[in-house]
Design a binder for this molecule. Structure first.
Ligand SMILES: [Zn+2]
Ligand SMILES: [Zn+2]
Length: 348
């Protein structure tokens, strides 16, 4: 059995880089040699909590790009040497949601087909995943690390497309993490007039100014609701996106939006936790509340195209490039807010 390097999770905060068996090439699939893999906010959440309920070891990592290393005898679509981006969604393309263009709501998602196993040197891609799609080629002039950002940009892209962020909008984003910075940059590309960023981390707030943020509010030092009102002539913002794991940020967000405005709960909060909402306020102010998760195949395709185009300053988001061996350092850099986006290189 050939061996490969992988970062195995043995439990919360227990991640070890070890040699494991290299996956065998499926006869109708392929083996991708992973050239870069992004470290995602959800990876951090999974790696630092008992996300597998004791079912370890496990290899996370879903922001996968690489080069085809082996082809099964029955696989005809791809060739050895092709550079590919793997979108982790695996939608059936047969249910009503899929055929109506909302594959993000697919009820027959093929779990375990893709979307994990990226913190390793190689990953097997099954025939089923190849058939369902969401695999895109990386042009020669695009770096692997830039292509890896297609995945995190995808759900951001889908969110702003779904709620129609555009010209005239004053947008509040709560959470100046990588996702918040993507949100801000994309909102500006879509024409938003003003982007207001709220966070408790001053370093992150200052960094977010690089990505189109017009005003920053440090909610550790001032009341973010009052501050938003002050910046919007007392009216509130058109749209508010809560892109952080805090229940209290969600509760506060409804007071930051104008009458008839829209609040999006983008970031997941700790599993099982409850957010207390003033529903009378929502009622009397005609506020819309929307959840957001994922993206359709079409949105993943468009977001990936944007990520690898020169319209989006993709490379600017990558603050740290580390070999896979330094994954624990990458986790710490992301947690502390020092890094915007960490990309890991399993072949180094
Ligand atoms: Zn991700
Ligand atoms: Zn479906």
């Amino acid at each position: 059995m050939e061996k490969m390097k992988a970062a195995l999770m043995y439990g919360p905060n227990d991640i070890r880089v070890e040699m494991v068996d290299k996956p065998a090439c499926p006869k109708d699939g392929l083996i991708l040699k992973i050239m870069a893999v992004g470290l995602c906010g959800s990876d951090i959440r999974n790696l630092t909590s008992d996300s597998r309920k004791g079912n370890y070891p496990f290899i996370y990592g879903h922001e996968i790009v690489g080069v085809v290393d082996e082809i099964g005898a029955e696989e005809t679509k791809y060739q050895v040497g092709e550079r590919l981006f793997l979108f982790p969604g695996t939608y059936c393309m047969e249910c009503d949601d899929c055929i109506s263009g909302h594959s993000e709501n697919c009820t027959n998602v093929e779990k375990d087909l893709a979307g994990t196993g990226g913190f390793a040197q190689y990953v097997a891609v099954s025939a089923k995943k190849i058939q369902l799609g969401g695999i895109y080629k990386i042009p020669d002039n695009v770096s692997y690390d830039a292509a890896s950002l297609g995945e995190p940009l995808t759900s951001v892209y889908a969110c702003e497309e779904n709620i129609g962020v555009g010209y005239d909008d004053t947008l509040v984003i709560i959470g100046a993490g990588p996702i918040g910075c993507f949100m801000a940059q994309l909102a500006k590309i879509r024409g938003a007039q003003k982007v207001i960023m709220i966070d408790i981390n001053q370093t992150r707030l200052e960094m977010s100014k690089e990505f189109g943020v017009d005003e920053i509010i440090n909610s550790a030092n001032e009341d973010p609701i009052e501050a938003v009102r002050k910046l919007t002539c007392g009216l509130g913002a058109d749209k508010v996106i809560s892109a952080n794991p805090s229940n209290s940020a969600q509760a506060q967000s409804i007071f930051m939006v104008k009458k008839g405005g829209l609040v999006v709960f983008f970031g997941g909060v700790p599993k099982g936790s409850m957010t207390e909402l003033d529903t009378n306020y929502i009622h009397y102010n005609n506020i819309w509340i929307k959840g957001h998760f994922g993206a359709s195949y079409m949105q993943s395709k468009k977001a990936y195209a944007l990520a690898i185009s020169d319209k989006f300053p993709t490379e600017k988001f990558i603050t740290h490039r580390l070999p896979l061996d330094q994954i624990n350092e990458g986790i710490e850099l992301t947690r502390s807010g020092e890094a915007i986006k960490v990309v890991l290189f399993p072949q180094e």
